[in-house]
Design a protein around this ligand. Structure first.
Ligand SMILES: Nc1ncnc2c1ncn2[C@@H]1O[C@H](COP(=O)(O)OP(=O)(O)O)[C@@H](O)[C@H]1O
Ligand SMILES: [Mg+2]
Length: 347
């Protein structure tokens, strides 16, 4: 740790060897010399000098800054400086500077940042590669599956509908339909566009989506008591993708109600750094053993389900830089907590 004390006349009155070392001077060259004469003239060390000038001007105590410093030999260091204004009985006694050479630390930090950037780039490339693979597989499976289904249907139309062969064919048909649904949802997943966020009234979007869900609930013969606990909220999101998240989460809340009725509550509020949305139902809940898998692609506990809903929701939320969490008590209900930050992450 380097130490320098400068008196009100600008003279260096105290310094230690570490200070000379850090600043690139031989030991004991400082004592009695003027700070201005040593550092101010012709040096490229404005940021360094500015710390001292600011301490004096603003009479600061513990002014802390990290600045670059070029030694007389030309070597550039990163210094962490703490400067304090000294008073003695209301008299200006000088300025104390404490210097740390944090060049190595800064290099390490830069290198860490670079490694992290590289890691993100590789992850992105890997995700893009997987998406392309999924897209290609979905494309390759679509045609054979459609012909399997189509031919099964044609044979079924030609034979006795009550025969054993007809029962086999019906199985083939329903599995082909299931495969078609998977192919459809996978190709949809690979085509999720990048978010185009704009400032919108999320409460309006929510109210409109509710109409959709009420119709869906009626279709499923579910009697739902809806509670909306929010006032008008504006936020920056991609409205189309945001609706998709709402749809998937609200649909789950309706589908997993106990029997044919229950309640769904939606909270929406602005937080310090973003938007908080919660969907709470009093349905069947999620078994503890299933909890780790609910966001996985194709995980479903429905008899006929694709299991991509939460996968879609999470992908969209994380594209907005947000996160989603699910709490559930089996037999009591489920709570989906979603947070969207003010600032979207830059790609
Ligand atoms: N609100 C909820 N209540 C109970 N279980 C839920 C709820 N939301 C999600 N789940 C569980 O998570 C699974 C995956 O959900 P999702 O990805 O939407 O697929 P899907 O709706 O096609 O099953 C569901 O099958 C269910 O087991
Ligand atoms: Mg679902």
């Amino acid at each position: 740790m380097g130490l320098l004390v400068i008196n009100p006349d600008g003279e260096i009155v105290t310094s230690n060897d570490a200070a000379s070392g850090i600043l690139g001077y031989a030991c004991r060259t400082f004592e009695g010399r003027a700070w201005g004469e040593l550092f101010l003239e012709g040096s490229g060390n404005q940021a360094f000098n500015q710390v001292i000038l600011d301490v004096i001007k603003e009479k600061k105590v513990n002014l802390h800054r990290r600045v670059p410093y070029v030694q007389p030999g030309g070597k550039t260091l990163q210094l962490s400086i703490t400067g304090s204004f000294l008073r003695e009985d209301d008299q200006i006694a000088g300025v104390v500077l404490i210097l740390h050479d944090v060049t190595e630390l800064q290099l390490l930090h830069d290198r860490e940042k670079q490694v992290l950037r590289e890691k993100h780039r590789m992850e992105r490339e890997r995700a893009e590669g997987l998406t392309q693979l999924a897209m290609a597989i979905a494309h390759q499976i679509r045609n054979p599956v459609m012909s399997i289904g189509g031919f099964a249907m044609r044979i079924l139309n030609k034979i006795d509908g009550n025969s054993l062969i007809a029962a086999y064919l019906k199985n083939i048909l329903s599995d082909a339909e299931r495969l078609e649904a998977i192919v459809r949802v996978v190709s949809e997943y690979t085509r999720i566009p990048t978010a185009q966020p704009v400032r919108v009234s999320v409460s309006d979007i929510l109210e409109r989506e509710m109409v959709q869900l009420q119709a869906k609930a009626a279709e499923l013969s579910k009697r739902v008591t809806w509670s909306l606990e929010f006032s008008a909220v504006e936020f920056v999101v991609d409205p189309v993708l945001f609706r998709r998240v709402l749809y998937e989460v609200l649909l789950n809340a309706v589908e997993f109600l106990k029997g044919d009725e229950g309640s769904v509550t939606i909270f929406l509020s602005e937080e310090k750094n973003g938007l908080l949305m919660e969907v709470v139902d009093n349905g069947v809940g999620i078994a503890e053993k299933d909890m780790p898998y609910v966001f996985d692609p194709f995980f479903t506990t429905k008899a006929v389900g694709v299991g991509m809903g939460l996968c879609f929701a999470r992908r969209i939320i994380s594209e907005h830089g947000g996160n989603v969490r699910i709490d559930s008590e089996p037999g009591k209900g489920t709570q989906v907590i979603m947070r969207f930050p003010d600032q979207m992450p830059r790609p």
